[in-house]
Design a protein around this ligand. Sequence first.
Ligand code: CA
Length: 223
Amino acid sequence: MKLLIVEDEQSLRETIEKYFTEEGSICEVCCDLKGALQKIAVYEYDCILLDIGLPDGDGFAILEYLKSSGKNECVLIISARNSLDDKIKGLNIGADDYITKPFHLAELKARLLAIFRRKTFGSNSLLNYKEISIDLSGRTVNVNDKEMTLTKKEYEMLLYFIANKGRVISKNAIAEHLWGDEMDMLDSFDFIYTHIKNLRKKLMELSGKDFFASIYGVGYKFI
Ligand code: CA
């Protein structure tokens, strides 16, 4: 999952970033409204964790921006305010859920996964695609009823391809989705080939099929 964490409280921002990075997500962070709007205008995220009280304005402006530009990111509001008005306002202008500080990271994760799952794959926590069956809560993958062992990156990559099945995905989009800001430091896409090669091989071993179509000069299609 690719996350944008918008939170001005440094320790909380870092705690959330560390937690989700260890879970295998790509996290980008912002500490104010202006920076968040800039990122959202350029990049795509699966979910945005959004603090409402920011130093240069309130987080509702981000929800309004997402709505007016037709973007479909999941938004989970994180707020110190416990007022019902804020909660209703946030949900009315497009937030998917709302969590009040202080909270446990495990609860934040559960809520986030629930909205992401609902929005991307429907309400079921078992995702099936042809011979592939993924348990989104347990993060386990079975192919033809045999368990497949994947690295965190390969798992994220598989979910990303299934969510975009049948569409041509550019190498750039894959890099941005799975490596985020880190990819600016890389000068080639060779590392993507390696990850795709490994995932492709593991899938072929268990299914006997090649799920990846290479589109010359463009990227890949999951079929
Ligand atoms: Ca704040």
